[in-house]
Design a protein. Structure first.
Length: 292
């Protein structure tokens, strides 16, 4: 695209944005900001940045309620440390998958790029499985600490933890395959082949951003902690259970809707992390177990 054309596009976009803003301004002038906001959100356009509050060193979506205040620090700390532990491990695993994929690329011709398949090694998988167990137990300990009881060994949740591990290894493998074959096809289209192509692809994938790994680690950390909390909580009586979007600083519409939901059982609450969360893996919502 020529620079001149690009500038025309920018001006057009800007003109449309001004018209869009004027339309909403007119509604505010006619009906007041509250009603215009309600209408805006009713259309599903709820990406108005929420006001976050600073509370004892944490950035929260609102002031915590009393019983949330007792738990939120420990939950946030557990999520953060699990995320760090898992991110480091997943980066190592992704590197070795990338090595494998680049090796395979040297023997594939462009029409066969889709046959490139990588698998996480047994050792790497075991390391990840161990980290998932540690994270699960961290989740259980949060509830045990809340009840002032030392957590016993959990019953058999191996199947569930195996599954969380497998979902994660398959997400990583898919990502590496897609990146490597995508880059290879792009360079093949540009006429590259052989060692030149492999060098180009290697450059691309070695400098790829770690954002995806970060997201996968966050999703796994929050889901596993939440699972540990549920397993432990199921052993006690609770007055009620509440959904809390306290830790999602930029709370999305679906999480905001669920915030403060109450039920006698977790099954009757929106799951946390929330499958509908617009931040996907980044959802930090959790269930608060309330006892008198
Ligand atoms: Zn959420």
């Amino acid at each position: 695209m020529s620079l001149q054309r690009k500038l025309l596009d920018l001006k057009l976009q800007a003109a449309l944005a001004v018209r869009h803003a004027q339309g909403w301004q007119r509604l505010i002038d006619l009906y007041g900001e509250d009603r215009a906001t309600a209408f805006y959100q009713h259309l599903g356009l709820n990406h108005l940045p929420a006001k976050s509050v600073e509370w004892e060193g944490l950035q929260l979506s609102r002031q915590p309620k009393d019983y949330e205040a007792l738990q939120v620090k420990a939950v946030a700390a557990a999520q953060d440390s699990a995320k760090e532990r898992l991110t480091n491990l997943l980066l190592v695993i992704r590197n070795s998958l990338t090595d494998d994929a680049l090796k395979m690329l040297t023997v594939l011709s462009p029409p066969n790029y889709h046959k490139l398949i990588v698998t996480v090694s047994d050792t790497d998988r075991e390391h990840l499985r161990d980290a998932v167990t540690v994270t699960f137990n961290d989740g259980r300990l949060l509830i045990a600490a809340q009840r002032g009881i030392k957590a016993d060994d959990a019953d058999d949740f191996d199947g569930d933890l195996d599954q969380l591990t497998s979902i994660t290894t398959s997400r990583l493998a898919n990502d590496v395959q897609a990146r490597v074959t995508g880059a290879a096809a792009r360079y093949a289209l540009l006429g590259q082949s052989g060692a030149t192509l492999v060098t180009s692809v290697t450059g691309d994938v070695r400098t790829a951003s770690t954002a995806y790994v970060d997201r996968v680690a966050t999703g796994l950390a929050n889901r596993t902690i939440s699972f540990g909390r549920s397993v432990e909580a199921a052993r006690y009586e609770w007055q009620r259970i509440e959904y809390s979007a306290l830790l999602d600083v930029n709370t999305c519409g679906p999480c905001l809707d669920a915030d403060g939901q109450e039920a006698a059982s977790e099954d009757d609450l929106t799951p946390a992390p929330n499958p509908e969360c617009e931040g996907y893996d980044n959802c930090r919502c959790f269930h608060v177990f309330v006892q008198d």
